[in-house]
Design a protein around this ligand. Sequence first.
Ligand SMILES: Nc1nc2c(ncn2[C@@H]2O[C@H](COP(=O)(O)OP(=O)(O)OP(=O)(O)O)[C@@H](O)[C@H]2O)c(=O)[nH]1
Length: 247
Amino acid sequence: MREDDIEFAIKVVIVGNGGVGKSSMIQRYCKGIFTKDYKKTIGVDFLERQIEIDGEDVRIMLWDTAGQEEFDAITKAYYRGAQACVLTFSTTDRASFEAISDWKRKVENECQDIPTVIVQNKIDLVDQAIVTADEVETLTKQLNCKLIRTSVKEDVNVASVFRYLATKCHQLSQASYNEHMSSNNIHDPSSGLSNGVHSSSHDSHTKTISAFSPTYTKSKSTNNSTIVLKKNSARKRKIILKKCGIV
Ligand SMILES: Nc1nc2c(ncn2[C@@H]2O[C@H](COP(=O)(O)OP(=O)(O)OP(=O)(O)O)[C@@H](O)[C@H]2O)c(=O)[nH]1
């Protein structure tokens, strides 16, 4: 996939108590690996992966935040601009389940209402579960979130989490794009029906997202710690990222 083909990027924050498997989930998804060692995340980490949704290239930027409370002040700054969120708890850790509502509130304080999945990780250890299926389902209904049970270790359902969120964000941006085009009576140039308005006001900007983190992995396309979302070519449908200040 060439850099020029990437049209749409989403920022996803992964939160939850320490040791629930957030870093492992991101490593599994982006690098296809799993390690048994527990290395506490200090502050924030970042990885990305590109996938295709409805024939469109989507770059998913995954922000791994430290679960320990001592890092709260640092991590919350990184929630800003997130368009989707993963709330994670572990099947074998009751406190991590009970903390889910708090994590949701912390993210909402910075990002309002964004597509969110509750992930019950470590289902390979279900015989040691400290929470019942009913309890988990009740909580997810209360919080109005989708529930996905994963085992990062066994690679169960990890990709579904991020595909679900990327699809949701993609749909939201499409709806927002259509709304923008119709309210401004602009024809989509990619339809070949342009009436002389070749781009909306949004198209004239190069969109940037600051991505500073202690172990930030540089994108191939950039030579510093800023991700630059390229302006769309006239041939392709233009995406408007409305949520959380990306536009
Ligand atoms: N059995 C099992 N172990 C897992 C699974 N996912 C992660 N682990 C293990 O759980 C431990 C903690 O995983 P991490 O990914 O470091 O947890 P974290 O949530 O990032 O922790 P913090 O960085 O402290 O916030 C590690 O020893 C992992 O190997 C899983 O699905 N099943």
